[in-house]
Design a protein. Structure first.
Length: 212
């Protein structure tokens, strides 16, 4: 009887241990799924949709430079991966080098009086234009695009957790070598509003981000 009682007690102890282990494992897996889901949901990666939409836009509208999406709504602390697209339809029939840049353009009146980010102070005392620049990461290298081909440049915008709610507008510029013998040395030093007029490719593209 004593041996049988001891065996029963050992069996019950083993069962309790197994049940406890299963419960702890389930809790751990639930927590891990939550962590992974939270990480993957921080940034909206629209690369595939963007490239598809840009191809359609070039085919249907005759544009040779565009950004997709041109408008997007984000929560604070979240980000987006978008694409700038370049179609090399150069009249000279040559491959060329292209680059892009992103310039803060305007903000809603609720953020800066007059909507001008330059000279307006952001949270923490930084100039608003510099603050908006810190949100943006993009491919700044000049790269070749063959004639009658498309090239894509990745553009990331991430909203800081402390950003004010409102509308933030950027201008995306594209530049190229503008040379009859295209080389990297023919690219402008920076692709911004100070670049020579003949170096710009297509029209500047607006990007509007609404921060909730």
């Amino acid at each position: 009887m004593v041996e049988r009682k001891a065996a029963i007690q050992m069996s019950l102890g083993f069962i309790v241990t197994v049940v406890f282990a299963i419960v702890m494992l389930s809790l751990a897996l639930t927590w891990l799924r939550g962590m992974i889901g939270g990480i993957s949901g921080v940034t909206d990666d629209l690369t595939q949709q963007a490239q598809s939409n840009l191809r359609d836009a070039f085919r249907e509208t005759g544009q040779n430079f565009a950004v997709w999406p041109s408008q997007y709504e984000l929560d604070r602390g979240k980000g987006i991966i978008m694409q700038a697209g370049i179609e090399n339809d150069a009249p000279d029939g040559l491959s060329h080098f292209f680059m892009i840049s992103v310039v803060p353009a305007a903000v809603s009146e609720s953020i800066c009086t007059g909507g001008n980010p330059s000279g307006c102070t952001a949270i923490g005392g930084m100039d608003m234009a510099e603050y908006m620049n810190s949100w943006v990461t993009y491919d700044q290298e000049a790269g070749p695009v063959a004639i009658n081909s498309l090239g894509f440049k990745r553009l990331d915008i991430t909203i800081p957790a402390e950003a004010r709610s409102g509308t933030y507008m950027f201008r995306v510029l594209a530049c190229y070598d503008a040379s009859s013998n295209p080389t990297l040395s023919d690219m402008p030093t920076t692709c911004d509003l100070s670049a020579p007029i003949d170096k710009f490719w297509g029209n500047p593209q607006p990007v509007t981000i609404k921060v909730k």
